[in-house]
Design a protein around this ligand. Structure first.
Ligand code: ADE
Ligand code: ZN
Length: 335
């Protein structure tokens, strides 16, 4: 690992907490909950993570969540991520969670969010890392289920920074959730949505995010480059893009590092993130390392990626400014 990258103060904005479930923890949770797994070891489980598209990835991904049952399970999951992230000098993380993937299995919303919230508070005290939650709706479920989940979240409004949209994009455009996101905005949530890479109708989905939903940022969204009008609009509005190069390498035909170069050159607010690091075996530092190696990024460009992330993060100005100052100090003094 490049030493400059290792020490760089980092901001992670695209991270599914369920995607941080390492096979070792999966085994531990299965044992704790009396669940039989179809593998004999963590190595065997890891070897079984085989996928070549978003759809095939998501099948195994949701099946794995069955081991998450109790409040301590969610606490341990988030704690494991936050400890790893802090060790990579992630200073601030916005963490997606998929409540519907749990409530649909009979695991109560309250238990999920309490476990995650307790882990965030403890990690902040212990590791000095700050984090907030973003609640994602499953786009391949009905909009009515998303609306019910939004209403269920309202008593926990102070624990959730915003809402997102994930899971299988095929046939599930942003407009399907227009009313849900309008209501979320009324409730004070900030808005983001996945526009996964090279999906059917991808530029139309990005357009809907910008023109119909009015998102504050876009997760992935690199196909905006296919349409100059989308590039102009995103740049004018200062829309951030949470790009995940190693993830792209698994679910598309490559890591698409070159799009990061183009986005930087176009002045778009591109950021580098890990998505589902337990499945893609790369946390945020490894993602930065990959784009540095592929593109020969300079230190200034690496710092630019983190500055973009802190700038688009859903933080109060005084806290954001603190992180930006820390980043400036690091780039001025790093050996
Ligand atoms: N859930 C976890 N990772 C995802 C991704 N990259 N796209 C959509 N849904 C996801
Ligand atoms: Zn994602």
């Amino acid at each position: 690992m490049d030493e400059f990258i290792a020490g760089l103060p980092k901001c992670e904005l695209h991270l599914h907490i369920e995607g941080t479930l390492e096979p070792e923890l999966k085994f531990e949770l299965a044992r704790r909950n009396g669940i039989e797994l179809p593998y004999r070891s963590a190595e065997e489980a890891r070897a079984a993570y085989v996928f070549d598209s978003l759809t095939s990835f998501l099948v195994g991904y949701y099946a794995s969540m069955d081991v998450l049952r109790t409040e301590p399970d969610f606490y341990d999951l988030a704690t494991a991520y936050l400890v790893k992230a802090a060790a990579q000098n992630v200073r601030y993380a916005e963490i997606f969670f998929d409540p519907q993937a749990h409530t649909s299995r009979g695991v109560p919303f309250d238990l999920v969010i309490r476990g995650l919230r307790r882990a965030i508070l403890d990690a902040e005290r212990r590791e000095g890392i700050r984090a907030q939650l973003i609640m994602c709706f499953l786009r391949d479920s009905e909009a009515g289920f998303a609306m019910a989940t939004l209403l269920e979240s309202l008593p926990y409004r102070e624990w959730i920074a915003g809402v997102g949209l994930d899971s299988d994009e095929r046939g599930n455009p942003p407009v399907k959730f227009e009313r849900v996101f309008a209501r979320a905005r009324e409730e004070g949530y900030l808005l983001t949505m996945h526009c996964d890479v090279d999906q059917e109708n991808t530029t139309e989905h990005i357009r809907q995010c910008l023109d119909v939903i009015g998102v504050d940022r876009i997760d992935h969204g690199v196909n905006a480059l296919d349409d100059p009008a989308l590039v102009d609009k995103a740049r004018e509005r200062g829309i951030g893009f949470t790009v995940c190069p190693v993830s792209n390498g698994f679910v598309t035909d490559g890591p698409k590092a070159e799009v990061v170069r183009r986005m930087l050159d176009l002045g778009l607010r591109v950021t580098i993130n890990s998505d589902d690091p337990a499945y893609f075996e790369a946390y945020v530092a490894e993602n930065l390392q990959l784009v540095r190696d592929e593109l020969g990024l300079t230190r200034d460009e690496l710092a630019r990626l983190e500055r973009n992330a802190f700038e688009i993060a859903w933080l109060p100005p005084a806290i954001r400014d603190g992180y930006l100052a820390e980043l400036a100090e690091y780039t001025a003094t790093a050996p």
